[in-house]
Design a protein around this ligand. Structure first.
Ligand SMILES: Cc1cn([C@H]2C[C@H](O)[C@@H](COP(=O)(O)OP(=O)(O)O[C@H]3O[C@@H](C)C(=O)[C@@H](O)[C@H]3O)O2)c(=O)[nH]c1=O
Length: 178
């Protein structure tokens, strides 16, 4: 597993260990010693996955303190364009975004520190995205910003969104909780 810096502090792209043979593929997603040596949190309390059709956008989501969490996100099958936005008010990169393609071909994962909004665009039908979070869901603490309200051009004309995701306030109207 290789851990790479990105243009945003505290966001890392992991190259997962993948082994292929005539049976298929083996992929390692979490390894406590490697995470610890690189200063990454690895004590996850909740995991879940979603299945999305092509052109679905989910996001941009966060969980506010004290229920905020680190997220590890990767694709099991399919491909997505994964996007994060820095919402930490004292950060030099506040409001800036970073994006990376995650797929069953490149076996990359994104490690997202506390204080970021997260979302993605599914690039293929039936893209399965798995998450591990360091705190569990807390409905009252859930929040988001509108997917098209920050410095990122989504490569899709008519995205498919949930009603909730379409109704989030734009970034400029957010009183950030971070
Ligand atoms: C996130 C979540 C949702 N749910 C429920 C609420 C709802 O009935 C159903 C679907 O929820 P959502 O529409 O919020 O699912 P979704 O839009 O896929 O939410 C996810 O989006 C991406 C971008 C993230 O970063 C994740 O952390 C998570 O917020 O599942 C849980 O029970 N536990 C959870 O942790």
């Amino acid at each position: 597993m290789k851990i790479n810096n990105t243009s945003l502090p505290d966001i890392f792209v992991l190259e997962l260990f993948s082994f292929k043979d005539n049976r298929g593929e083996f992929v390692k997603t979490i390894h406590d010693t490697t995470f610890k040596e690189n200063g990454l949190e690895y004590q996850f309390t909740e995991s879940f996955y979603s299945v999305s059709e092509k052109n679905v956008i989910r996001g941009m989501h966060f969980q506010a303190p004290p229920h905020d969490h680190v997220k590890l996100v990767y694709v099991v099958t399919g491909s997505i364009l994964d996007v994060v936005v820095d919402l930490r008010r004292d950060s030099a990169t506040y409001g800036q975004s970073f994006q990376v393609e995650l797929s069953d071909k490149n076996r990359k994962a994104i490690y997202i520190a506390k204080g970021f909004a997260h979302g993605f665009l599914a690039l293929e039908d039936r893209s399965i995205v798995e998450y591990h979070c360091t705190t569990s869901q807390n409905k009252e603490a859930e929040g988001g910003i509108l997917y098209n309200s920050f410095d990122f051009e989504w490569p899709v004309k008519q995205p498919i969104l949930s009603v909730r995701d379409n109704e989030f306030l734009p970034l400029k109207e957010l009183n950030t909780p971070f």
